[in-house]
Design a protein around this ligand. Structure first.
Ligand SMILES: [Zn+2]
Length: 114
């Protein structure tokens, strides 16, 4: 490996550069560099089960994808966000439609009483 400060070749396990005395940054293992964006995956799965929870997890997972996970699962988190949003919109629409139908039905049944 080479020193980042002076560019001279130094020992792989060196902690301090023998040429300039600068502290050498230890290279992180490849496995640690690419962490799995768990929240993005959870958000995507939850999108199909609990849309609201899926939406929250996906948004957080998407925001963290670039910052903490080197872009890992960014697409999945984005897909989870979209699916959750659509599911939530459908749920809300169905709920409103259900309440509206119930009010119409209720007023129809009770109407003759007035
Ligand atoms: Zn050096």
């Amino acid at each position: 490996m080479y020193c980042k400060n002076c560019g001279n070749e130094i020992n792989q396990n060196a902690v301090v550069c023998i040429h300039c005395g600068c502290a050498v940054e230890q290279q992180k293992p490849a496995t640690e560099a690419q962490k799995t964006n768990v929240l993005g995956i959870i958000g995507f799965v939850l999108a199909f089960i609990v849309p609201l929870a899926g939406l929250i997890c996906s948004i957080i997972g998407y925001k963290r994808a670039d910052r903490d996970y080197n872009g890992n699962c960014k697409g999945l988190a984005l897909a989870g966000t979209i699916i959750s949003a659509i599911s939530l919109a459908i749920s809300v629409a169905v709920a409103i439609w259900g309440i509206a139908s119930w009010i119409v039905l209720w007023t129809t049944i009770t109407a003759p009483l007035y």
